[in-house]
Design a binder for this molecule. Sequence first.
Ligand code: T4K
Length: 387
Amino acid sequence: MDKILVTRSSMPSLEEYTKEIAPVFENHWLTNAGMKHEELTEKLKEYMGVKGLSLVVNGHEALEIALQDMDLPAGGEIITTPYTFHSTTHAIVRSGFKPVFCDIDPVTCTMDVDQLESLITDKTVAIVPVHVYGNVCNDAVIRDIAKRHGLKVMYDAAHTFGEKVGCDASGRPLVGRKGGEDASWVGVGTLGDVSCFSFHATKVFHTIEGGAVCSADTAFTDRIAILRDFGIVDAELVTDIAPNAKMNEFAAAMGLCNLRHLDGEIEKRRLVAERYREALADVEGIRLNPVQEHVQSNYAYFPIFVEEDKYGESRDGLFERLMKHDIYARKYFYPMVTELQCYKSDYDADATPVAKRLSYEVLTIPMYAELSPEDQDRVISVIRREA
Ligand code: T4K
C-alpha cells in the first residue's frame, strides 16, 4: 500500500515549466528582480486584489523584513499567538522584540479578540495575529482595538493565499460576525496594515520556496524591495542593514505556472474537504474545523480535534494507528510555541489554556488536490475505526 502523506505539492507539467523557463536560459538573468519575478509580482497583485506586493525568498523572511520595514521601537512587545508554526514567533524574537502571547478562540484557533486588549501595555508596539489553517482572524475587532491604541497590525497570512473575505456595505470585513450580508469581497491580503504570505512547496499556491509582503501602502512594499536586497538602493547607496531575501527566476516561473491552475486546485481541495466533512461529521469525539462565514476558503489544511473522553482514544493514539496504515498525519501545531525547547523556559504555556488544550487535540489529516477518493477512504475508515 502506498504511503499517504499530509500533503503533496502541486506541480505543473514538465512541458509547461520548461516552456516557462526557456527565456531564462536565453537571457541568463537568473535572479535580482528578473522578468519572471516582475511578471509574477503583477499577476499576484491582480489575483490577490492588493495594491502593493513584494516577493521574497520565503514566508519567514516576509515576516522578518516586514517587521524591519515597520520601524517599530526596538525591544517593544508584540502581541501574537502561540498556536502557530514557530516561524511567526522566531521572526518577532529574531527582530529584537518580545512576544506576548494571547490565547486563541476555541473554534477558529485565531487570536482571542476578547483577551487581546487586556494584554496591551505602554510597551506594546504591534499586533501579529495568524490566520491559522486559513481561518481568518476577526479583523474588524482587531482593527478597532489597534486603532484605539495607535498600533499597527501585521497578519501572518501564510495559510491564506487566494482567500477572500466578505464585507458589509461600508467595506468593513464581516468575518468573525454571525449573519450579515456580504456586500463585497476583498482579498485577505488587504486586511490589517501588512500581510505576509508563504509560497512554500506545501502551500496551496507555491513557488517551491517563496513568500510575499502585501500592503495598501505601496511606499511600504517598495521599501521591501530594498530590504530584501541588502538595503541596496543603487550601486553606491545602501540605506539599510538588511539580508538577501530575493526570489529567483526559477521560483517565480514555478509560481507563474501554478497560478494558471490555482482555481482548479482549490476546487479539487473543496471536494476533498466536503467528502471528509460528510464522512466524519457523525464521529463522536472528532471535532472538525469550522466552515467560516464570510470567507471564501482555500482549503489549505484539514485539522480535526480529537476529544479523548468522547472518542475513546487520544490524539496520539489515533496518530499512531493512522501510521500503522501508512497514513502520515501531522500534529500542526504541537508542541505549541511556548512548549518548544527554545521558548519553554521563558514562557508559561498555561497562560494560554485554550491553545495548549487544542495543541494536544489537533491532527491535520491528509489534504491536497490530487488526494484520490480511494486514499481518502483509507484515512476515513481508520478514523471511523472501520479498518
Ligand atoms: N507562518 C506560518 C503560520 C507557517 O505555517 C509557515 C510555514 C511560515 C510562517 C513560514 O513560511 P516559509 O518560510 O516556510 O515559507 C512545513 C513547511 O516547511 C512550512 O512552510 C509550513 N509553514 C509548516 C506548517 O510546514 P514541515 O517541516 O512540516 O514540512 P515537511 O518537509 O515535513 O513536509 C510536509 C509534507 O509535505 C511531507 O510529508 C510531504 C509534503 N511535501 C513536502 C515537501 C518539502 C511535498 O509534497 N513536497 C515537498 O517539497 O514544514
